[in-house]
Write a protein that binds this ligand. Structure first.
Ligand code: BYC
Length: 472
């Protein structure tokens, strides 16, 4: 098992003690990170003990241990997946050459930008979720929120390590700036749109974990293919932690759907609001919102940036090495759904500039799998409603659809129709006020809020009524 050195101030498996310069840079950054965590991390719970998992190895078997700890004492550290001996670059112009252990000089700016964009999302999500603890639907859910938060903190460390280790002074400045930007701040916002949206309630939180963390999975998987080996190894290990975040999202929404169905059956009505549940129509509007802002995170359908990242060997496709083609894509084409006046058409575009769309397609297929499971729950209750993903052109702010108004079922519509129907499609102020009204904390072990079903099992073999966070 590849161990992590916990005797260091910064646990790591990168021999930090042998690199004095890097050690100094990270040790200078660490107190500022902790200050940021105290200011912007989970509000009101810094002194409470939570039952959290901490990475202790990068081996897939037995990589984490569970224990009670206070979040500021979490051992944030630097863990890279084990190196693959003889790894070569898998795609683009440098395909077949040895993977880079140092930043290739000509790609320095582009690579730094990619790492900073990835890094910026991590603290952003912690900031977005800062106030949720106070309205937790159970101790089980509270613990899961904190687990996700500390791991996003560690993912920030992962990117800061790359910046400090490989980009000298520029890297240190970027590391500092990652702690300066703030989600939703008008003057110093986070870089990508979805990370400046609010996450004011737990329905939004679970939607965020389902849709937005899943963008994280696909972006990290593409960066895990990178020819820059330290980035690849870092992202490979981050994906291990990321899987739990999507579990939290999928099961969180799934449990809300289940509770709604139970209330619908019990009271023989669609209108479960008066019984303390969230009606399926509201859940659908939240899906429409979170799905559309997350689709924006993939960038434009046709993107020379994406083509360049690939040709340079910096960012591959999802499961690049498993694809049976030439991994250069100079002649290939890819079908891209585009806006053509007031119609939506599919056009063959050069594959290289279509890489964002291709990744978005992989992502959508993965989202559909989750939705299918929620719909199975609805069906099991004998209810004739299906939740659906909105059309990819719906409510977009990035890419060709940003210019148009598109209905969730994929029709290009007039501004007037959009204005008239918008309330049916996106969460309304009333929806938000209603959902907010349900957000009353439930903190007795084993008890759950009225609007969410308990999970079938607890964490790490513990029972559902385990005291996941000690509030006493
Ligand atoms: N918002 O050719 P374009 C995660 C900018 S989530 C604002 O369309 P490109 C996590 C773009 O930067 C994963 N701006 O797109 C989840 C560019 O600006 P410049 C995060 C946007 O460059 C939950 C211009 O528009 N990781 O880990 O091919 C919790 C034209 O760009 C947006 C990454 O994103 C937007 N939505 O692709 C915690 C991976 N979209 O250069 C964590 C790294 C585009 O003209 N990033 N723009 O000034 C990338 O690979 C790429 O930057 C993007 C954009 C895929 C985001």
């Amino acid at each position: 098992m590849a161990g992590i050195d916990y005797t260091e101030r910064i646990p790591n498996n990168v021999n930090l003690s042998e690199d004095r310069r890097l050690q100094r840079a990270l040790e200078e950054w660490q107190p500022r990170f902790l200050e940021w965590w105290k200011d912007m991390g989970p509000d009101g719970f810094q002194a409470k003990e939570a039952y959290l998992r901490t990475a202790v190895s990068v081996d897939v078997q037995g990589w984490a241990k569970f224990d009670y700890l206070r979040m500021p004492e979490y051992r944030w550290g630097i863990f890279l997946a084990e190196p693959e001996p003889g790894r070569v670059i898998g795609f683009g112009d440098h395909k077949g050459k040895p993977a880079w252990q140092d930043v290739p000089g000509e790609y320095r700016g582009v690579l730094r930008r990619l790492i900073v964009t990835q890094g910026d999302t991590e603290p952003a999500s912690v900031e977005q979720q800062r106030h949720l603890g106070r309205t937790c639907p159970s101790l089980y859910d509270l613990r899961n929120l904190f687990q996700v938060n500390v791991e996003e903190g560690r993912h920030l460390w992962a990117m800061v390590y790359l910046l400090d280790a490989h980009f000298a002074r520029d890297g240190r400045e970027e590391s500092e700036a990652l702690l300066q930007r703030r989600s939703g701040d008008r003057d110093k916002p986070r870089i990508l749109g979805a990370f400046n949206e609010r996450t004011p309630d737990w329905l939004s939180y679970y939607m965020f974990c389902f849709f937005t963390d899943r963008d994280g999975k696909y972006q990290l998987a593409s960066l895990a293919e990178s020819g820059f080996d330290p980035l690849s190894r870092t992202c490979r290990f981050m994906l291990t932690e990321e899987a739990h975040h999507m579990f939290v999202g999928e099961t969180g929404v799934g449990r809300i759907v289940q509770r709604t169905c139970e209330l619908m059956r019990e009271h023989k009505t669609d209108d479960v609001r008066k019984f303390g549940g969230i009606d399926l129509a509201t859940i659908q509007r939240y899906i429409n919102f979170h799905c559309s802002v997350s689709l924006d995170l993939f960038g434009s359908e046709v993107s020379t940036n994406a083509a360049n990242f690939y040709t340079m060997g910096l960012k591959g496709r999802f499961e690049e090495t498993k694809k049976p083609d030439d991994h250069q894509l100079k002649e290939a084409t890819y079908p891209v759904v585009e806006l053509d006046g007031d119609r939506i058409t599919t056009r063959e575009e050069p594959a290289l500039v279509s890489l964002n769309e291709r990744l978005r397609d992989d992502y959508v297929a993965d989202c559909v799998r989750g939705l299918t499971r929620w719909n199975e729950t609805i069906k099991r209750h004998g209810i004739d409603v299906e939740l659906a993903l909105p059309h990819r052109g719906f409510h977009r702010a990035i890419g060709s659809f940003a210019e148009a108004k598109v209905s969730p079922d994929g029709r290009v519509i007039s501004e007037a129709e959009w204005d008239a129907r918008r309330r049916d499609w996106l969460p309304t102020e009333e929806d938000q006020v209603f959902v907010q009204s349900l957000m009353q904390p439930v903190v007795e072990p084993g008890k759950f809020a009225s609007w969410i079903a308990p999970p079938p099992r607890g964490i790490n073999g513990k029972p559902v009524d385990f005291e996941y966070v000690r509030l006493g």
